[in-house]
Ligand binder design. Structure first.
Ligand code: ASP
Length: 329
């Protein structure tokens, strides 16, 4: 298995005329290093690689960044290992409430849904809001009516049941009842997201999540909020975030990174790392994946790990979980 150092390759710009780049995350709430075995780690790497392959199939053929990030997030939503779609976590009431957003850097169009359970792939619902409604963010019953009108595949709540998420909720509720703070990032959160730059030099971002385990019903995180957990603008970069959503909302993390690139001319890697580090000092754990118009990538995080991966024009997928060298298949 080949390995690459953490930053050297991802940070390099792509060929400005024709290269593509795709980065994704499967959440910053990783299992603790000492509790993950080789087989489990391999399953996570496999899930990340399948999502990279879905996006690469589009970008390699000259397809759009918007389609690539959508396809990559659909693949992650369909994989019960990740906290989005099929593997979404439970609210404190034992229900599922999902958030998702997509943004096109060409014209800063965006679409999002919040707090809903129904569409099999919430990211497709967000995309439908962007493309087939005059709005940006739909929530609640009205959002479900809209999804049905768009003929999105709808599933019963049972589809989103996984025993690992149910068990995580029981542990979280038990800790809450005894007044103990959550001490396990994997139980606490997760999210999936992707950013891409296509061969035309356009960027896009997509993010989807079940939110945080044991959240109050009605709570909405950063993922569907444009500028907090999701942002894309051809004049700067595309960003998808994962982590403690309340902090990402307060500090408008995704837009903050884009603003530092656009207004200060800061290199993407430095802007993304700087914002994520500052957030950590304020108590907000998590990370982002980001891509610049030149195809340079940044995948910083300030916690134990972040399921993540990237692929560039050479087509080779790289994946990692902790602060370690990237693996290739
Ligand atoms: N940011 C997500 C939320 O707060 C959760 C996560 O990414 O871990 O809903």
């Amino acid at each position: 298995m080949a390995r690459r150092p953490e930053h050297a390759h991802a940070d390099a710009p792509e060929d400005a005329s024709s290269g593509y780049a795709l980065a994704l995350h499967g959440g910053a709430g990783t299992l603790r290093r000492d509790s993950i075995d080789v087989a489990q780690a391999a399953r996570f790497h496999g899930g990340l690689r399948r999502a990279l392959a879905a996006g690469r199939a589009i970008l390699g053929e000259g397809g759009r960044a918007l389609d690539a990030v959508t396809a990559a997030v659909v693949a992650l939503e369909d994989d019960p290992l990740f906290n989005a779609g099929h593997g979404a976590v439970y609210t404190s009431a034992g229900t599922h409430e999902m958030d998702a957003a997509v943004m096109d850097g060409r014209d800063c169009r965006a679409g999002a849904i919040a707090g809903i359970c129904g569409p099999r792939n919430p990211i497709l619902a967000a995309r439908a809001v962007m493309e087939h409604s005059p709005h940006i963010l739909l929530a609640g019953e009205g959002a479900l009516v809209f999804c049905r009108s768009q003929h999105l595949v709808m599933v019963d709540a049972e589809y989103f049941h996984t025993s690992t998420r149910w068990q995580a909720l029981q542990e979280t509720l038990a800790r809450q009842a005894s007044g103990l703070a959550e001490d396990d990032e994997a139980r606490r959160h997760g999210t999936v997201g992707a950013v891409a730059r296509d061969r035309n030099g356009d960027v896009a971002a997509a993010t989807s999540t079940g939110g945080t385990t044991g959240k109050l019903p009605g709570r909405i995180g950063d993922s569907p909020l444009i500028g907090a957990g999701t942002y894309a603008d051809n004049s700067s970069c595309a960003v998808s975030a994962t982590g403690h959503g309340e902090f990402f909302i307060r500090f408008a993390v995704a837009h903050e990174i884009a603003a530092r690139v656009r207004l200060c001319g800061e290199p993407l890697a430095s802007a993304a790392r700087g914002v994520v580090e500052d957030l950590g000092h304020l108590g907000g754990s998590g990370g982002v994946v980001a891509v610049g118009r030149d195809g340079s990538l940044a995948l910083p995080f300030n916690c134990t790990g972040m399921y993540r991966g990237y692929v560039k024009s050479d087509g080779i997928p790289y994946t990692a979980i902790y602060d370690e060298a990237y693996q290739t298949a």
